[in-house]
Write a protein that binds this ligand. Structure first.
Ligand SMILES: *[C@@H]1O[C@H](CO)[C@@H](O)[C@H](O)[C@H]1NC(C)=O
Ligand SMILES: *[C@@H]1O[C@H](CO)[C@@H](O)[C@H](O)[C@H]1NC(C)=O
Ligand SMILES: *[C@@H]1O[C@H](CO)[C@@H](O)[C@H](O)[C@H]1NC(C)=O
Ligand SMILES: *[C@@H]1O[C@H](CO)[C@@H](O)[C@H](O)[C@H]1NC(C)=O
Length: 408
């Protein structure tokens, strides 16, 4: 009787043990992987139901990691960037949203990659006394006239800094809605005549055609600006501290490779298969993109520009221009360098500095590129930074425990 009871107890115990083991393998072991995935995902309701999954909302340390990891991830920030870029260009791409993008059409047309230059600036880089030091190339659209005017007057000024020659071009395509802007052709022709800073190509200026803009610009630069020392290429809605950029570049050689920006590593790809079928959902799960720079702004040497122009010719068109350029970089085996002064995802208030004032000239003083500013903010920031009244005392910065690191 006693022995039998013991046997029953042992049996029950064994069963419980087996059940626990089963539970452990079902849930316990998935938790580290689960966390990995959680890093890239917003907290889902699913995680609440899994008892052994760590709820990172309860662990602030993990949360910090998560927020830091996010900018490196395609489905998080990159997607947000796509969305914000699209919103910014909503006037043009209102009909084209990321989800309704016709990938099959894109794949069918991807061999059409040589469009003619409608407005050229063939003398942009003509040697006066010295070769131009820096060419500022800004992605713009015809309707962004106000922004062009502001950039011309502020950080995108042509002229000289430290005795070094700065030149500027705007990169334009044909507007998709030709009636939205009154006499758009006359407008750009006049801009071209007066400022000599407009390049216009004969492709539709849409978000997904930015890759065309990239390759056409590189080919143009290789042909008409091969003597330039360095190139800054960026968006029109960025603030650029051009003096910092010149300082930085003066320590580098134009005949050596250089590619610097806000580098995104290990982003999960949007994979376009050679087949006709492309399923956007599958693009996140598989493999990785090569390292690439956020398109808000990056720097390259003249030498790198020429190599990239060549390399990009051999790379299949890819609808996200930043990633496309990453593929070209990979082709020439050049690892892009990350620099903390490039805030191409905008200044996100880091959790380490909740008191931070993001629109503070003392703050921008040490930066190089900040993405997503309104046209008035660009104008104001430039004027604040160039005001004799600007004083950023050491005391002031010492009061702030958080500072962007300045990398040299
Ligand atoms: C693009 O087409 C033009 C003529 O339309 C040609 O001269 C040029 O070589 C072509 N460029 C490339 C890269 O194919
Ligand atoms: C083009 O712009 C005009 C004027 O803003 C607008 O009325 C029209 O609906 C637009 N057309 C398309 C196709 O978006
Ligand atoms: C890119 O431009 C070409 C030429 O204008 C146009 O046919 C095509 O539809 C555009 N592609 C996208 C994705 O907007
Ligand atoms: C700059 O400082 C001067 C003298 O201290 C003052 O008169 C002027 O109003 C200031 N300008 C601005 C824009 O704050």
């Amino acid at each position: 009787m006693r022995i039998q009871l013991k046997g029953d107890a042992i049996c029950t115990l064994l069963l419980v043990l087996a059940f626990c083991t089963l539970l452990y393998f079902q849930f316990g072991r998935t938790s580290p992987r689960g966390n990995q995935e959680e890093k890239h995902r917003k907290p889902s309701t699913k995680s609440k139901n899994l008892p052994n999954t760590v709820d990172f909302r309860k662990h602030p340390q993990m949360r910090l990691k998560i927020t830091q990891a996010r900018p490196r991830h395609i489905s998080g920030i990159k997607q947000a960037e796509l969305v914000s870029k699209e919103l910014h260009r909503s006037a043009i791409v209102s009909a084209v949203t990321y989800s309704s993008f016709d990938f099959q059409q894109y794949l069918r047309n991807k061999d059409e990659r040589n469009f003619s230059l409608l407005i050229n600036q063939p003398n942009k880089c003509k040697k006066t006394q010295r070769d131009p030091f820096l060419l500022i190339a800004i992605k713009s659209t015809v309707e962004d006239f106000d922004r062009r005017e502001t950039v011309r007057k502020t950080w995108g000024r042509e002229g000289s800094i430290n005795g070094l020659h700065i030149q500027r071009v705007f990169l334009l395509g044909v507007p998709i809605n030709k009636t939205a802007i009154v006499m758009w052709e006359t407008l750009v022709q006049h801009e071209s005549q007066i400022y000599k800073d407009v390049l216009l190509w004969d492709f539709l200026d849409t978000f997904f055609n930015l890759t065309l803009k990239e390759i056409h610009f590189l080919n143009w630069a290789a042909e008409f600006c091969s003597n330039v020392n360095f190139i800054f290429k960026g968006d029109i809605d960025v603030f650029v501290n051009i003096e910092n950029i010149v300082d930085f570049l003066q320590a580098h050689s134009p005949i050596e490779d250089l590619f610097v920006g806000d580098i995104i590593d290990h982003a999960k790809p949007i994979r376009i298969r050679k087949s006709k079928y492309f399923i956007p959902e599958t693009m996140y799960g598989l493999g990785m993109y090569p390292s690439y720079a956020g398109g808000g702004g990056f720097l390259m040497s003249g030498s790198t520009m020429k190599k990239l122009a060549q390399a990009c010719e051999e790379v299949e068109l890819f609808p996200i221009d930043d990633v496309f350029l990453g593929m070209c970089l990979q082709r020439i085996n050049l690892k892009p360098i990350s620099h903390n002064g490039f805030k191409t995802f905008g200044i996100v208030k880091p959790s380490a500095a909740p008191h931070l004032q993001t629109f503070d000239p003392c703050f921008y003083k040490d930066l190089m590129v900040v993405h997503s500013l309104k046209v008035s903010e660009i104008w104001l920031m430039w004027n604040l930074l160039h005001s004799p009244n600007l004083s950023c005392t050491k005391q002031q910065s010492a009061r702030k425990p958080f500072r962007w690191k300045k990398v040299t």
